[in-house]
Design a protein around this ligand. Structure first.
Ligand code: ADP
Length: 413
């Protein structure tokens, strides 16, 4: 049994609710976080990268202020999780000491089936696999992660928390594409929305921070990470969101196009000799900010702009223009906007993005105060001026904590 330094959160984790291990399995990565769902702190975090790739894989584990790094071949997700669990035993916290009550799995696509955190059994796992045609880039790895975790941690409940779940409340008019009804129904083609765990968490938190009832607030949530999405939330229920059948629709993102005329696909396939997989890769991995400027990280983009790079300047303009259009559209959807929330990597850290997107929106009652907005923001904060009708806020997202708490609800712990 390892000796745990004081103040690392494990003491609390041993309390009535124990801890929750949250897993996010990507195609070649496994992110994990051991969370105290009551106190909210991350007890330990880690990332395994380059799973199943040529050359060594990489594990980084952080616990009690120490980072442990391992480089070794990692054949598959089973190997990755075994390695991570081994590190827990080696450098702490021991999984047994941490009293893990549940394992929470982030699952990207819940289709029309899953709208709640769901206790996983063989049947649920099969249904998650059945949804692979709707999320070929994400659900396969999510399902594999679940499979290996259930094998390696058989004595605790496993819960799937779906990125789409929060958007199950979208009205039919918002969820329906104007596509031939029979084709759409046969193939499950509709707007599902993603990043739901984050939109749900920050919209709830905004109400609590303001001391207002969630039911009374109309909110626009802007989740601006590498992937980016906007939502309109009325009284705590999502009524619009920018992502659709897949996370490709909507805002300009780090490497994704967001909205684009679907005829561009026909054009490229007919005239550029591209096949469907090439177009898929082009739209998802080689476009967005990166496709326009060569950089998908805002820090690098700002540096290029400072050097006078015109492609970078245009990339930022395109990004902001799209975002502003969505804010305007969602104001129209909601009729009245009480709160606008910025969250995720760029939303929390990039004051230039936050202030520039709000430029010229004073007529709608939307504005950002330069002093309140300045710098990176790591605690919930109001950034609008006193006079503004709408409260603009930054609320750091915490998807792992949200997943951990939903796990406890689902297991009745
Ligand atoms: P994801 O979870 O989608 O990978 P994150 O929410 O972690 O994304 O956001 C990552 C993005 O946040 C980076 O690509 C970068 O553009 C932006 N970002 C992170 N830190 C900063 C910063 N200090 N200043 C500006 N942008 C930042």
């Amino acid at each position: 049994m390892s000796t745990l330094p004081a103040g690392d959160g494990v003491t609390t984790a041993r309390g009535a609710h124990g801890s929750v291990l949250v897993l996010n399995s990507g195609s070649s990565s496994l992110k994990y976080q051991l969370v105290n769902p009551v106190g909210g702190e991350a007890i330990a975090t880690g990332l395994v990268e380059r799973i199943g790739e040529d050359g060594p894989g990489l594990l980084k584990h952080k616990f009690a202020g120490n980072a442990t790094v391992r480089e070794q071949p990692i054949a598959d997700h089973g190997d990755a999780l075994r390695l991570a669990l081994g590190i827990f035993e080696e450098v702490g916290p021991s999984i047994e000491d941490a009293h893990v009550r549940a394992v929470g799995h982030r699952v990207v696509h819940g289709g029309a089936i899953f709208s709640e955190p769901t206790l996983i059994d063989d049947d649920v796992l099969r249904q998650i696999r059945d949804l692979i045609p709707l999320a070929p880039l994400h659900n396969p790895a999510n399902a594999t992660g679940i499979e290996v975790a259930r094998e390696l941690l058989p004595d605790v409940p496993h819960v799937a928390v779906f990125d789409t779940a929060f958007f199950a409340t979208l009205p039919e008019a918002a969820a329906t594409y104007a596509l031939n009804k029979d084709v759409a129904e046969e193939h499950g083609i509709r707007r599902y929305g993603f990043h739901g765990t984050s939109h749900n968490y920050v919209s709830g938190k905004a109400a609590r921070v303001l001391g207002r009832r969630l039911e009374d607030l109309n909110q626009i949530v802007l989740h601006l990470g590498n992937g980016a999405s906007a939502s309109a939330v009325r009284g705590g229920a999502a009524v619009e969101t920018s992502m659709g059948l897949t996370p490709l629709e909507g805002l300009v993102m780090g490497t994704r196009t967001g909205d684009i005329d679907p005829a561009v696909v026909f054009h490229l396939m007919r005239n550029a000799g591209m096949d469907v997989d090439e177009v898929d890769t082009l739209f998802n991995k080689q476009s967005g900010l990166k496709g326009l400027s060569g950089e998908n990280d805002f820090r690098a983009l700002h540096e290029l702009i400072a050097e006078g790079d015109e492609d970078a300047e245009l990339a930022l303009d395109v990004y902001l223009h799209r975002l502003r259009k969505y804010i305007g559209a969602y104001a129209a959807v909601l009729g009245r906007v009480d709160v606008i929330v910025f969250t995720a990597g760029a939303g929390e850290n990039d004051d230039v993005v936050r202030s520039r997107v709000m430029e010229g929106l004073e007529g709608f009652g939307f504005a950002v105060d330069p002093e309140r907005n300045a710098g990176r923001i790591s605690e919930p904060r109001v950034i609008s001026p006193e006079w503004a009708r709408t409260t603009v806020m930054v609320i750091p997202t915490n998807e792992e904590l949200a997943i951990a708490r939903q796990c406890l609800e689902a297991t009745g712990a």
